[in-house]
Design a protein around this ligand. Sequence first.
Ligand code: SAH
Length: 394
Amino acid sequence: MNYPKVILKSGKDQSVRRYHPWIFSGAIKKIIGHVNEGDLVYITDNKDEFLAIGHYQIGSIAVRILTFEQKEIDDSFWKEKISSAYNLRKTFGLAENDTNNVYRLVHAEGDGLPGLIIDYYNGTAVLQMHSIGMYLNREHIVQALKDIYGSKLTAIYDKSESTIPFKSKIEAKNGYVYGQSGEPVVLEYGNKFKVSWEEGQKTGFFIDQRENRKLLADYSKNRSVLNVFGYTGGFSVYAMHGGANVVHSVDSSKKAIDLTNENIALNFPDDNRHEAFAVDAFEFLNDIDNKYDLIILDPPAFAKHHNVLHNALQGYKRLNAKAIEKIKPGGILFTFSCSQVVSKENFRKTIFTAAANTGRSVRILHQLSQPIDHPVNIYHPESEYLKGLVVYVE
Ligand code: SAH
């Protein structure tokens, strides 16, 4: 193992010994050997004791750790790691399943592979790399995927253009690295969804809401449902399945609304319970007094950084206060935040303030999180990002 060596300052080895996968630039005492962005580095404490191997990057997170063992980072390393992620999905019934062929295969730090996201869409793997180190290992990753899936894999699409750190010299372009195109219709609990990884947001579909969508179906019978920030209409399809009387989807993006209509037609041809509106959520909510008794609020991350946390919380509060104020008596609200910087406690406090502002009686029925294919690495609490509450408004 002839990697450049990163020696940590005294005391800065503590978090690595507790398996946290990041090393901040301020923790580094010195680097021995020439190191380029994306290179593998060997990490030691200040007494030269081995700690870990990771990818070096310019920026405040200087190293993302791949292993705490002394081993080669070669083809078999990648295959072992990605197989372990695959086996977890398979063991818990997501992979190789008749009613489900969409899942997150690799959830970055959550699966011990910082900087790497792989989503699987019915034969197409979509890669999203957030670090140069991962990007430089693309060939190993592609090989591992081919070995694991064999002929089931029809395509691999790399969508790292906008996720690779913009200051790096690498000019990542989106495109197929294997195959030419894939089957765009996927199955989630038997529901059909058309996914466009080339055009869509993120890797094409918000896989992380699967279990929460399923729960929503149980609450939908005979209700008037409003799905706000609907994107592909995921929650709307489940509400229809659950027996809602009427389902309205709202998204400011016309493309998202077109996709929602397509997905509803795929699952419910000739069913006229659904209507979609390409309008701003805040405006739409002004005019919904007593119209709906099941409302979903799943906005994009309002805060990407801690310095805008306060404004983000204000945004969540305003949004939720409107919904709680206007929902029919006996209504149910499914409300979410996918901002990593908003903690579970902060989110709950925000919904509490929103409820208190309306003066209505509100009870929490469920506290929701992310599903098993978005696992949280216990040593890296930052991998937890999705939180939701289901509340009953009397
Ligand atoms: N609930 C969705 C994911 C939502 S992603 C699912 O289950 O798949 C957030 C969506 O909010 C995006 O589609 C985006 O277009 C939309 N959006 C962002 N700002 C908005 C606004 N002000 N009003 C309405 N929609 C908005």
